[in-house]
Ligand binder design. Structure first.
Ligand code: IMP
Length: 200
């Protein structure tokens, strides 16, 4: 492995890019689609996070022939049998604002006492033409009223176990102490570090 190992991150979500870049050590460099000059919307047509993650990394690999990874994340709510899950981005409608998704979720949880939920991230890494998967989970609770202005998505209504603040009340460094995405990314980094002699 050369000094800096470069991977394209197959996402158009600037928040995700910022979060992932904030957990990288000095040995790795992440290039977003925007930075790679790639302007495409990659569909997420499947019923599992794993299949959607594969779709995103495969599309970018076919396009660039370069090492790359993608991630797909869902909010899985216990009382709603894992919903919105893989449909988290499009829960309220096909092109919703984050606020509409939150509104729909809070409506569906009205009068429900069990507020347990988890964020689950699946990463698909394509390196030297092989695919590897990594997963990260953050357990917590859904609150009744959105709080905080940081982050994105369902952050204003999710309080991770071990904190009394929502993700949206935390700066990135604090969210990273709990974050599903960071946990999955840490595994990817460990994997690359342990196998560095095999990759270039
Ligand atoms: P996707 O992985 O881009 O399909 O993300 C699905 C949706 O899950 C996003 O549009 C967000 O609404 C939500 N989401 C993903 N990650 C997070 C997170 O870290 N915090 C809050 N919401 C998230």
């Amino acid at each position: 492995m050369t000094e800096k190992f470069t991977l394209i991150f197959a996402t158009n979500n600037a928040n995700k890019v910022q979060e992932i870049k904030s957990v990288l050590g000095n040995n790795f460099e992440i290039i977003s689609l925007k930075e790679a000059g790639i302007d495409i919307e990659i569909p997420e047509p499947y019923d599992t996070l794993k299949e959607n993650a594969t779709e995103k990394s495969s599309v970018i690999f076919r396009l660039t022939n370069k090492n790359c990874f993608s991630e797909d994340t869902g909010l899985e709510v216990e009382a709603l049998h894992g919903e919105p899950g893989v449909k988290s981005a499009r829960y309220a409608n096909e092109y919703p604002k984050f606020e509409s998704n939150i509104e729909k979720l809070l409506y569906n949880l009205k009068d429900i006492k069990n507020r347990n939920a988890q964020f689950r991230t699946v990463i698909s890494l394509i390196i030297n033409k092989q695919e590897y998967f990594f997963e990260g989970i953050c357990k917590g609770k859904i609150i009744d009223t959105p709080k905080g202005n940081e982050g994105f998505g369902y952050d204003p209504i999710f309080v991770p176990d071990g904190s009394n603040k929502t993700f949206a009340e935390m700066p990135i460094e604090e969210k990273n102490k709990f974050s599903h995405r960071k946990k999955a990314m840490q595994q990817l980094i460990l994997f690359l570090s342990q196998n560095k002699t095999n990759f270039s």
